[in-house]
Design a protein. Structure first.
Length: 338
């Protein structure tokens, strides 16, 4: 999703208001191994306490997370955040106590919402990065978005399509999965994917933060994509989303799902502030609201899906791990709960 609520609206100096209440309490006692398939954990809202959040994510069972690109100017920031996470020493814990430290992976992509800012030079930077590095896990987030009148303009949508196809071409050339951003453009995205040589059955891929309907969900799974499920699913009022996921699972099984936080966005509903208490205490509703999502909140997505599909947490966690590895075309060993 576009990162306007926190990433661009809250500076690093303002994040002290957001730190005290996240993550909210884990919904179960055990620690299940999890993969956060889509994050923006490199954002400025995490600068002050990223070390704390790394520790909390690891404590919550998150063993891998993907840092997902959206603007060229933040690519270096992702590499820096990856290094910070992957070299974190977990103060106060022995090596045995941190048997599976959190590992970060980078995906490069140019987000369709920021299409006016992207240039051909940005595509060249991506191409150069792909040619020079062998540790880029995916291309993303890429796709189409017609949510606003500006994004619907013919010339703007045409540029989105060109950049989407150019990045699909990169994925094919480098045999990498893609992480799709699709908003109010599912039919148009499906049309391009069906005509393009990119094959998700072979290369993997995720329809990130899936927001379409039942038929669209089944269409993306039929093409080989997994559906990325965020904290949106924790909201009982997200009935369209829940129906779409249920329809896909009924036809294709639980193998079609992966989970993600999309942090700092998509805060699970049980972690959101009590607005009635806020009003009673005359608190500000802008930067004082603890609305930042974190990787440590991923267990709430797992727990909600466990309840929605009536499957044991342990079984679902292992299934989602396998799904994520298949979607990202990696081989990461699963560790049972402890």
């Amino acid at each position: 999703m576009p990162h306007t609520s926190l990433s661009t609206a809250v500076s690093a100096s303002a994040t002290d208001h957001l730190l005290a209440t996240d993550p909210c309490s884990r919904p179960y006692v055990e620690r299940y191994a999890l993969i956060d398939t889509h994050t923006h954990f490199d954002e400025a809202v995490f600068v002050q306490d990223r070390d704390v959040q790394i520790r909390q994510a690891s404590d919550a069972g998150v063993q891998h997370l993907v840092l997902v690109g959206y603007l060229r100017r933040y690519f270096d920031r992702m590499w820096q955040t990856q290094a910070q996470i992957n070299t974190f020493n977990y103060p106060g814990l022995s090596q045995q106590e941190v048997s599976k430290p959190l590992q970060a992976h980078v995906a490069l992509g140019l987000h369709p919402v920021y299409i006016d800012e992207h240039t051909v030079d940005d595509l060249q930077v991506m191409t150069d990065g792909l040619n020079q590095r062998n540790d880029i896990i995916a291309i993303g987030e890429i796709g189409l978005d017609t949510f606003t009148p500006q994004l619907k303009l013919p010339e703007v949508l045409a540029k989105q399509q060109r950049y989407f196809i150019a990045q699909l071409d990169m994925a094919v050339s480098h045999e990498l999965p893609v992480l799709l951003h699709i908003r109010k453009a599912h039919a148009e995205t499906l049309k391009i994917l069906k005509q393009h040589p990119y094959d998700a059955h072979r290369l993997g891929g995720i329809a990130h933060s899936f927001s379409g309907g039942e038929q669209e969900a089944k269409a993306f799974v039929a093409l080989g994509f997994r559906l990325g499920v965020t904290g949106q699913v924790t909201n009982p009022n997200a009935k369209k989303l829940r129906r779409a996921l249920t329809a896909a699972v009924q036809q294709y099984g639980l193998s079609c799902l992966v989970i993600e936080t999309d942090c700092p966005d998509m805060l699970p509903v049980m972690c959101q502030p009590d607005l009635s208490m806020t009003a009673a205490n005359n608190l500000e509703t802008s930067h004082s609201q603890p609305t930042r999502n974190t990787p440590a909140n991923l267990p709430h997505v797992l727990a909600t899906l466990s309840e929605l599909f009536d499957i044991a947490l342990a079984d679902l966690a292992e299934q989602l791990w396998r799904n994520s590895c298949e979607a990202l075309k990696v081989q990461w060993d699963y560790t049972a709960s402890h």
